[in-house]
Design a protein around this ligand. Structure first.
Ligand SMILES: Cc1ncc(COP(=O)(O)OP(=O)(O)O)c(N)n1
Ligand SMILES: Cc1ncsc1CCOP(=O)(O)O
Ligand SMILES: [Mg+2]
Length: 208
């Protein structure tokens, strides 16, 4: 697998958000560490997911920033995205690996060591671990695992751990101290008054 960026920007496609505007702002400051994950609402059509992914890929290409597709692996394949991300309600990790092939980036969600190890054994190339903190971005999540929960997973696996869920730049030093490789965010960039500045702060915290 090519080296993975440490800052994963997940598209915010909730009503009233403009994920492409956020991406345009963030790309020039974060490109060396950026991974973009296209995540659409469950109610979005495959066509909408496909069109958004193509737009994201076009913006990312000049910066050589990889784009992953959440859940909908057929969209990842159809658009030649770098890979995908799956969780408990999606294809099992081994099946996702079969679909994407051996070279693709494949992320899997985990919140504790046993399922994290199982996901790695099944072919995950990185883990999204959380929710780290309380978040308003996604409904129905289990209680936050905190920095301690992230550390438990880091200690159990040998693939990059990407902490997710309510993460801000202020959390990054503590998360890095656990051995976490990077962070995945929606609100810290999409909800920022100044996404350029927010991205610069995140990249600095992740690479200093
Ligand atoms: C990096 C990263 N980590 C976790 C998730 C969550 O995936 P999942 O549990 O499948 O939930 P949805 O995002 O599909 O609602 C993620 N997308 N990315
Ligand atoms: C998709 C997802 N899975 C766990 S938390 C989360 C949302 C992350 O968004 P935010 O960074 O705004 O908390
Ligand atoms: Mg999912």
């Amino acid at each position: 697998m090519p080296s993975l960026g440490r800052l994963h920007l997940i598209t915010d496609t909730r009503p009233g958000r403009d994920p492409l505007a956020v991406l345009r702002a963030v790309l020039p400051v974060a490109h060396t560490e950026l991974v973009v994950q296209v995540r659409v609402e469950d109610t979005a059509t495959d066509r909408q997911a496909y069109e958004l992914t193509r737009q994201v890929l076009a913006l990312c290409a000049p910066y050589q920033v990889p784009c992953l597709v959440n859940d909908r692996l057929h969209v990842a394949l159809a658009t030649d995205a770098a890979g995908g991300h799956v969780g408990a309600d999606d294809l099992p990790v081994a099946a996702a690996r079969k679909v994407l092939g051996p070279a693709a980036v494949l992320g899997a969600t985990a919140r504790e060591p046993a399922s994290a190890l199982a996901a790695v054994t099944a072919g995950a190339s990185y883990l999204g671990v959380g929710p780290c903190r309380v978040t308003a971005t996604k409904d129905g999540l289990p209680p936050p695992i905190g920095v301690t929960g992230v550390r438990a997973v880091v200690e159990a696996v040998d693939v990059p751990v990407i902490a997710i869920g309510g993460v801000t730049a202020a959390d990054v030093p503590e998360l890095r101290a656990t051995g976490a490789y990077g962070v995945a965010v929606v609100g810290a960039l999409s909800g920022a008054t100044d996404p350029v500045r927010a991205a610069a702060e995140l990249v600095r915290a992740l690479t200093c």
